[in-house]
Ligand binder design. Structure first.
Ligand SMILES: Nc1ncnc2c1ncn2[C@@H]1O[C@H](COP(=O)(O)OP(=O)(O)OP(=O)(O)O)[C@@H](O)[C@H]1O
Length: 307
């Protein structure tokens, strides 16, 4: 069979790496960049995360989906050092990361995006980018500590920031307050900021939330370009169109656990996944599967306008 010359090399590589991976929770990958075991996070009596085993394929785009309250954000926070687990271990690029603080996690090459907070909104776009070079979320950290960290590398950091602003078409907004950007431009800034540390893996928290349709394609294009640049992407998203469009692999969480894994089409047709969404949102009345699938799709659509 002739190779499809229109498929970008990053996509071919990711598909090849995942083609024989079984579609089951905790499936082993050919070349995992991240491997986590027995990660548990409890809040009082509630077990928010209880992930037995998870592997993320290097160079692929993996979506982490699941109904509200499934534990996706908590799991992201644990992996990136912003929260501490009750139990569990994980390795990134072969080095253990449990207990490592966020800025060190970022320097090891794993970085997550953050929604722009109030403090960050009051900084200019270029200052947000410079702050991204520390792998820090910002907040109280930026005031005192940053200038010291910048000494000697300020020029290099600013040059990289400016290059990224051009790539993400935010250069005209360089001096504007980040708070003045539109929803979509904020998402672009969040992504550009994360790239300041030159990561191997980027974790995106709801990259499409609040994005106007005019910027949707541009955002999707930027996420796909990360894969073409050899980066691994793990993202949490409720927008099922986006999940279907850009993911090589989908991992589904339900009640803190991984309940399904596979390619987007397999996962979205999986009765366990449909049940998990219905269990979280509906009264449990029996439906036939076509009706249920339509409801899940409608919920995903509705979820978008709620954000
Ligand atoms: N700091 C906290 N204190 C107490 N409970 C928490 C805390 N953070 C999360 N939880 C609870 O843990 C569970 C998992 O929440 P989490 O936000 O991780 O889910 P999610 O899958 O990201 O949901 P969503 O899609 O709505 O963002 C929820 O029941 C939530 O109420």
């Amino acid at each position: 069979m002739a190779a499809d010359t229109n498929v970008p090399p990053g996509v071919v590589k990711a598909r090849e790496a995942l083609k024989d991976v079984p579609h089951e929770p905790g499936a082993k990958k050919k070349d995992p960049i991240l491997v986590a075991d027995k990660v548990v996070r409890r809040f009082g009596g509630l077990t928010a995360v209880q992930v037995d085993h998870i592997e993320i394929q290097r160079g692929a785009i993996t979506a982490l989906i699941g109904p509200n309250g499934a534990g996706k954000t908590t799991f992201f926070n644990l992996l990136t050092g912003f929260d501490k687990p009750n139990e569990g271990n994980w390795n990134f690029n072969g080095s253990p990361l449990a207990g490592v603080p966020p800025h060190k996690v970022a320097r090891k090459g794993m970085v997550r995006t953050f929604q722009l907070t109030k403090a960050l909104s009051r900084l200019s776009v270029i200052d947000n980018m410079r702050l991204g070079a520390t792998g820090q979320k910002g907040e109280s950290f930026w005031q005192g500590l940053i200038p010291a960290l910048w000494q000697g590398q300020e020029k290099e950091i600013t040059e990289r920031a400016d290059e990224l602003l051009v790539r993400f078409k935010l250069d005209a907004k360089r001096e504007d307050f980040a708070g003045s950007l539109s929803g979509g431009q904020r998402k672009l800034l969040e992504m550009a900021r994360a790239l300041m540390v030159q990561p191997d893996m980027v974790m995106l928290d709801e990259p499409m939330a609040g994005v106007n349709p005019a910027l949707t394609q541009s955002l999707l294009g930027h996420v796909k370009s990360l894969r073409e640049d050899g980066m691994t992407v793990l993202f949490v998203e409720h927008d099922m169109d986006m999940v279907r469009d850009i993911s090589d692999w989908v991992i589904v969480m339900g009640q803190g656990q991984v309940i399904a894994e596979g390619t987007p089409d397999t996962v979205m047709a999986d009765p366990r996944v449909i049940d998990a969404y219905l269990g979280a949102h509906h009264d449990g009345t029996a439906h036939d599967s076509a009706e249920v699938a339509a409801e899940v799709a409608a919920e995903a659509e509705g979820g978008k306008s709620d954000e």
